[in-house]
Write a protein of this length. Structure first.
Length: 234
């Protein structure tokens, strides 16, 4: 479904992403793990069209999307849940969800998708008229996920969904990620909590200093001594 082909991304003179190549098959959860500053978010932002790729390509469902503007990439069915949630704090929960569907014209289906989001995240249903900036961190993460789902993604990019959340909420968010995947959405997950990410993923890649250094089935990487020592606390 997604093929990243040796992309290179620069921030000014800094070579942030170096010949990164990875693939995501339909129906999979693929995770990209690595320490802070390794280039994980940069990789997702390059795929989403938020950052310019210097060389290399990105194919989504066989179509080259490297260089397309971000809104055209969303229209193809590739949506991102950004790091730090990035909800619209001065808008209500419902208005945030409406923003997720801004490219859609299928009004009846949009109404059904609101209901699906509220069934998946009952706390959002209870707070749908509340200003989003007043939600807790966990509720804001649920809203960011719900907003992306309103775009009807075939592939969902998720950037650090567990960041800043209490352990109990991390478990809840990862259960929801598995549910979303089971319901038919393919997921590319960037996550610093390597233990949780590897527990839900089919396939994993390790990114260090902008380069892929390891890849393979998630269970194999979770059992690897070098991954355990570096990312799983030994």
């Amino acid at each position: 479904m997604l093929r990243i082909e040796n992309i290179n991304v620069f921030y000014g003179g800094i070579h942030a992403i170096k010949d990164v190549a990875l693939s995501v098959g339909e129906g999979e959860i693929v995770t990209l793990i690595g320490s802070n500053g390794a280039g994980k978010s940069t990789t997702l932002n390059a795929v989403s069209g938020l950052l310019k790729i210097k060389t290399g390509g990105v194919k989504f469902m066989g179509k080259e999307i490297g260089g397309l503007p971000a809104h055209e990439i969303v229209a193809l069915g590739l949506c991102q849940v950004p790091e730090g949630r990035r909800i619209f704090a001065n808008m209500t929960v419902l208005e945030n969800l409406e923003m997720g569907a801004y490219l859609r014209r299928d009004k009846q289906e949009i109404l059904k998708d609101y209901q699906k989001v509220f069934e998946r995240f009952p706390r959002l249903a209870e707070r749908k008229k509340q200003l989003s900036g007043t939600l807790s961190g966990g509720e804001q993460q649920m809203l960011a996920m719900g907003r992306a789902l309103m775009g009807k993604p075939k592939l969902l990019l998720m950037d650090e969904p567990s960041m800043g959340l209490a352990p109990r909420l991390v478990q809840e968010i990862f259960s929801i990620i598995k549910e979303i995947n089971k319901a038919g959405t393919t997921i590319l997950l960037v996550e610093q909590n390597a233990h949780m990410a590897l527990s839900v993923a089919n396939k994993a890649y390790v990114l260090e200093s902008g380069q892929i250094t390891l890849s393979g089935p998630a269970a194999e990487l979770a059992a690897s001594e070098s991954v355990r020592n570096a990312y799983l606390g030994g």
